[in-house]
Design a binder for this molecule. Sequence first.
Ligand code: SIN
Ligand code: MN
Length: 275
Amino acid sequence: MSIAPGTGLSELTTAYGRDGWCALPYRLSASAVSLLRDRVDAISREARLGLVWEKGGKTVRAIHGCHRFDEVCAALTRHPQLVALAESILGGPVYVYQFKVNLKQAREGAAWPWHQDFSFWHREDGMPRPDALNIAILLDTIHEANGPLTVIPGSHRLGLQDQYADGDDAQRSDWRRHVSSDLTYTVTPERAGKLADELGTQRITGPAGSMHAFHPSIVHSSSNNESADRRALLLITYNAVRNSPPAPTRPEFLVDRNTTPVIAHEDQRLELSLL
Ligand code: SIN
Ligand code: MN
């Protein structure tokens, strides 16, 4: 079914502003999910820049920047519903800042400590304001046991709560520490625990193809995947064109330099239905 791109946008924008996250009333079709999984599997086998391994080097942890070279991933970033949502929430034209898939392989996928994405985008890249938006698309069924993303609703309104890891500037600025289970900028377990006590927590679970949006400043984490089920999560970050960092230095697969506004374009292979 084709859906008018504006469906429910004002309600979603309000919920997102209040809570810093929202479940989206969209679901990618089984064939679209299967196509994306195939692309992810193929890219994971290629020795590309932007491929990240779990500690030990045997298991792929994540792939980055796929929209820059893969036409299916690029088409996904142009999906009319996603572009309309990003433009509505961010209040103007948007471009793709980052595209990644965190694979959380069965029994091997390691945790993401409590953190805020804006720590990295502001402190490392010079993004002026948290005027960006993450769309999380579940490529596998995500349940309580395969390491779901957990967010603290409302924490996006409190500004940066982070602390720097030990080490010198060069170690902290090594991009590998921005995508590993040992992050440069974290929110301490004590601080996150206090926030969770005050504000509660929300797990991002659901069937493959479902989607959520979350804010660059929301405090979030995810645990090790100790289950027998992979937990692949695809993340598109749209940034407002007016909010592009002036002189980023991290690799382009983490910070796209192409700030050309995304033009929405329907692709029949990426069918999405309204819930
Ligand atoms: C995760 O994949 O569980 C973490 C994603 C993120 O922190 O952006
Ligand atoms: Mn994050």
